[in-house]
Design a protein around this ligand. Structure first.
Ligand code: CO
Length: 233
């Protein structure tokens, strides 16, 4: 093997470990997948969906991009959501951000990295929409983390406003949209409180979660990792 033999070795060990516990695991899984969850999260290497919630292959459908953004014209994200809801019939869509997100940090500061700046423009829209709320939080890490939270709520709102979620609700399909945030510092998830199970709940749930954020202290101190990696997204 010419390249990355350590990854193939580790893959063999992983596969053997799973088959030792359940010899039919991969055979059964190869026939079909039936995940209950769609995860929309950040591409950051420190926020791997399956591991964080302790789920095995086959249990969670995943879409990740920089800063967990849901754009109404992003065919990639929309196709994942449409397939997950219409075909796989997932019952939960989880939008999960994370504190200390490099994409959110760059968006807040207006840093320039190249093409990705255009993608992060969507997060800057969130920044600009909630400028007064952000101004009430101390500059620096606390403000970054508040924007991480606001971004999750905004992207969860975007999920709810897709034709995919609205059509599912209209035809009476069970679908719950959740807004979570993950702390790199302790590996724990926190529910931001916007949980929606029907179209009528969307606006009030979003308002309520926003107002809860406004009243809660800035979280950076407790959630920020003690070191900052250059590669964070
Ligand atoms: Co990130």
């Amino acid at each position: 093997m010419k390249f990355l033999p350590q990854l193939f070795a580790s893959n063999r060990a992983w596969s053997e470990g799973i088959r030792r516990k359940d010899p039919d695991f991969f055979t059964t899984l190869s026939r079909q997948q039936r995940p209950d969850y769609l995860w929309i999260g950040c591409s950051d290497s420190r926020v791997p969906a399956n591991q964080i919630v302790g789920l095995l292959p086959g249990e969670i459908f995943v879409h990740r991009n920089i800063a967990n953004v849901v754009v109404h014209t992003d065919l990639n994200c929309l196709s994942v959501a449409q397939f997950a809801v219409d075909v796989l019939k997932v019952r939960h869509i989880i939008v999960c951000g994370h504190y200390g997100c490099g994409g959110v940090t760059a968006a807040l500061r207006g840093d320039r990295f190249g093409l990705v700046d255009n993608w992060l423009r969507h997060v800057q829209d969130v920044r600009d929409r909630y400028a007064s709320l952000l101004d009430s939080v101390p500059a620096g890490d606390p403000r970054v983390d508040r924007l991480c939270e606001l971004n999750v709520l905004e992207q969860a709102l975007n999920v709810c406003e897709t034709t995919i979620a609205r059509d599912a609700w209209q035809r009476g399909q069970e679908l719950h949209v959740h807004s979570w945030i993950y702390s790199l510092r302790d590996g724990l998830l926190r529910d931001l409180g916007m949980s929606v199970s029907s179209w009528d709940e969307v606006a009030p749930a979003h308002r309520k979660a926003l107002s809860a954020l406004d009243k809660s202290p800035a979280t950076a101190k407790r959630n920020r990792p003690s070191h900052t990696r250059k590669s964070q997204t």
